[in-house]
Design a protein around this ligand. Structure first.
Ligand code: FAD
Ligand code: FAD
Length: 326
């Protein structure tokens, strides 16, 4: 059932088998499997997540390579609701361990949010990450290209940069390392710091040895039309011609609501899980981009299947068998 602020009080006494924080690729996959196992689950999705920014899902077998993330979300949400999952547009703020169950504190509504609490035997953390983008005065200029020809994921879109003139935008020196991987796809790489950090002599020497120019002047704007990058203008008025780029400035991890759970194991900001996406807290699973591993839709979708199946097995094994009674 689609929950809203008007009808959600019907579910406040429900002990869900699983609450899924995040209704992106992985969360919706988990919801579809859980619902088809006959388990009670609730997806809580804040909106505008990473898969929504994905303009074309090019490497998912069986889908048209022009499929936008929005379509995946729409179809996935409709399917999950259709099989019997609950879905609420809201923000997961805090998870508290109550021993036999978890309390999931949620803020509903944007302007005047109301805090409500749901109860669940298991939590599936599927809230993902979001890419940090260059901050220009006119952010619309960034959004016109980011996700189209200014990519954020080399695994997803390296192929589409093949032998093109490309920029690599970094926010810290270690992120420049991506240039030495990106050169698998194209060697015509110009590295930009957007004037945000100094570059060591050692890195400058390495870039020179590869023939990759380094520009440390801040970016004024991206040039082009119809989402097709054609160049970059810098604050000193100079310009370069490029047709593509990779933003490698790090990510924001949507994991704040789990930070007070001491049993969890972290690798940086990623959750460490076993092969069924179970974290080191037995009631908490983690999927997709939030979990340590490869950040891809195919992985998140498979993770959703694994986590849901492990939860079903555990619940099923704790119950007596159903008896044929006439
Ligand atoms: P997401 O799909 O990001 O889902 C997480 C959800 O959680 C989001 O919808 C978010 O709104 C929600 N959320 C976050 N915090 C909260 C909170 N506190 N409360 C409630 N909800 C919350 N992958 C590919 O495989 N192929 C591609 O071609 C490809 N191209 C990409 C292009 C772009 C521009 C981007 C940005 C990504 C691309 N990716 C691609 C990567 C892909 O989007 C991710 O790997 C995938 O979406 C991960 O799934 P997920 O379920 O872990 O996270
Ligand atoms: P496959 O998709 O089976 O691919 C293996 C391929 O290798 C086959 O095409 C085969 O012809 C080929 N092959 C085998 N030996 C050789 C050889 N020596 N030389 C050359 N080629 C060879 N899964 C779901 O997730 N959801 C469902 O709803 C679902 N429903 C199913 C319904 C049915 C009737 C069946 C049979 C399966 C269903 N499955 C479902 C399971 C799903 O089909 C498999 O899990 C999935 O196809 C496994 O992918 P795979 O690549 O490992 O194997």
């Amino acid at each position: 059932m689609k929950l809203t602020s008007r009808n959600l009080d019907q579910r406040l006494d429900t002990l869900y088998d699983a609450v899924i924080a995040g209704g992106g690729a992985g969360g919706l996959s988990a919801a579809i499997y859980l619902a088809r196992y006959g388990l009670k689950c609730l997806v809580i999705e804040k909106g505008k997540g990473r898969s929504m920014w994905m303009q074309e899902l090019r490497n998912y077998v069986g889908l048209d390579p022009h499929t936008p993330g929005r379509d995946l979300l729409k179809q996935g949400t409709t399917a999950a609701l259709g099989w019997g999952a609950d879905h609420l547009r809201a923000f997961v703020d805090k998870v508290t361990d109550q021993g036999d169950y978890l309390e999931v504190q949620v803020n509903v509504g944007k302007t005047h949010p109301t805090a409500v609490t749901f109860k669940a035997k298991y939590l599936i953390a599927a809230t993902g990450i979001i890419d940090i983008l260059p901050e220009l005065e006119n952010m619309q200029n960034v959004y016109d290209y980011a996700g189209y020809t200014l990519h954020v994921c080399m695994i997803c879109d390296g192929f589409d940069m093949w032998d093109q003139k490309a920029i690599l935008i970094a926010a810290r020196e270690p992120q420049i390392e991506a240039a030495f991987v990106l050169n698998w796809f194209t060697p015509y790489i110009t590295v930009l710091t957007d004037g945000k950090f100094p570059v060591s002599e050692a890195m400058k020497t390495r870039l020179q040895a590869h023939g990759y120019p380094l520009i440390e002047t801040p970016i004024a704007r991206f040039l082009g039309e119809n989402h097709q990058l054609q160049g970059v203008e810098f604050t000193d008025g100079t310009r370069i011609e490029v047709t593509t780029g990779l933003v490698n400035m790090g990510s924001i991890y949507h994991n704040h609501y789990l930070k007070a759970i001491p049993e969890l194991t972290w690798d940086g900001e990623n959750l460490v899980t076993d092969e069924f996406c179970q974290t080191t807290h037995p009631r908490i699973f983690a999927l997709g981009d939030l979990k340590k591993g490869v950040n891809q839709v195919a992985i998140a979708v498979a993770d959703g299947c694994l986590a849901a199946t492990k939860i079903w097995r555990t619940i099923r094994r704790s119950q007596p068998p159903r008896i044929w009674v006439e």
